[in-house]
Write a protein that binds this ligand. Structure first.
Ligand code: PEP
Ligand code: MN
Length: 339
């Protein structure tokens, strides 16, 4: 059930609807829009009789939701969601660019790459302190030490930190240091982790599972939103296919598909999406041309020495080229978009 308030509805009328929902034992999710407020309802085991709401003052209509997801849906919130990370807005005005090494390796390495990223005017820095690795013998990240290095990069360059939360056990620790909590592809359907992150009030970047359908991707975001965290950024990072010229197949057609069904912003990671440095700039350009709200890329000043994902890391001069190209293409799309 979705309650749409009249454009002129007062705060008191909205509050009354929220109270009726709570009195029924369910959870209300008010979503103020540009023209009207809509209220999603979760926690109801079956359908709710619209008569509970139809005659309350300020209510325009009570609509049955037929899709399996509710809060991520454009039916609930027509306007695009803009996720704010401090003074950085994701989903409006300029492309969000997130850049940094795959993993936090040393203090010096992270600081050097932080300087390169900050010098390009980019505001969001990535780097894994907890790394999800296919082999248990590969470098697993420096954990808390890595988080402290990221905090030093924030302090030194004023960059906001995007870093992965690998499990519920370390979620408190990562939450303390991160500005954006990253959920990796392997965890997109880790439902207890999604619920835990939903209880946080820090923005979340949710990466698409490597074999997830659009509906599964949206439902993973719904898990987070259902717990009350509405600041979710979707991230396409490539899916598994038979193609063997690329690490993954970057599915750019998911961009308009997500935008059609959901109000949430969507960014693209062409680094994990391709696995090869020479493919990253072309696919970043294509992602922005297809309407992405931003890009996440891996950058390294000595990729040959990187402890993970060296072959896909951009060299500093390539990163500068990417930033210029992404900004130019974003501007063209923003000026000409009629959709
Ligand atoms: C990452 O961005 O650090 C990462 C591990 O990516 P993914 O979860 O997409 O593999
Ligand atoms: Mn990586």
């Amino acid at each position: 059930m979705l309650i749409v308030m009249k454009p002129e509805a007062t705060d008191a009328q909205v509050d009354e609807v929220l109270q009726v929902i709570r009195d029924l034992g369910f959870t209300p999710h008010p979503m103020p829009g540009q023209h009207r407020t809509a209220i999603g309802i979760t926690g109801n085991p079956g359908s709710i009789d619209p008569a509970h709401f139809e005659f309350l003052s300020g209510v325009a209509e009570a609509i049955r939701v037929t899709k399996p997801y509710k809060l991520v849906s454009r039916d609930l919130k027509h306007d695009d969601t803009v996720v704010r990370v401090g003074d950085v807005e994701i989903g409006r005005g300029a492309p969000a660019i997130i850049a940094g090494p795959c993993a936090v390796e040393t203090y010096e390495q992270t600081m050097e790459i932080g300087e390169i990223v900050a010098a390009s005017g980019v505001k969001l820095f990535r780097g894994g302190a907890f790394k999800p690795r296919t082999s248990p013998y590969s470098f697993q990240g420096h954990g808390l030490e890595g988080l402290k290095i990221l905090a030093a990069v924030r302090e030194q360059f004023g960059l906001k930190i995007v870093t992965e939360v690998l499990d519920t056990e370390t979620a408190d620790m990562v939450e303390e240091y991160a500005d954006v909590l990253q959920i990796g592809t392997r965890n997109m359907q880790n439902f207890s982790l999604l619920r835990r992150i939903g209880q946080s009030r820090k923005p979340v970047m949710l990466k698409r599972g490597m074999s997830a359908t659009l509906e599964e991707f949206l439902l993973a975001a719904e898990y987070i939103m259902a717990e009350g965290n509405y600041n979710v950024i979707m991230c396409e990072r490539g899916v598994r296919t038979f193609a063997d010229h690329t690490r993954n197949t970057l599915d750019l057609s998911i961009i308009p598909a997500v935008q059609n069904r959901s109000h949430l912003p969507i960014i693209v990671d062409p680094s994990h999406g391709t696995g090869k440095r020479h493919k990253v700039i072309p696919m970043a350009r294509a992602a922005v041309a297809a309407g992405a709200d931003g890009i996440m890329v891996e950058v390294h000043n000595h990729p040959e020495r990187a402890l993970s994902d060296g072959p896909q890391a951009l060299l500093p001069h390539m990163f500068q080229q990417l930033v210029a190209d992404v900004q130019a293409i974003y501007k063209v799309i923003a000026e000409t978009d009629v959709a």
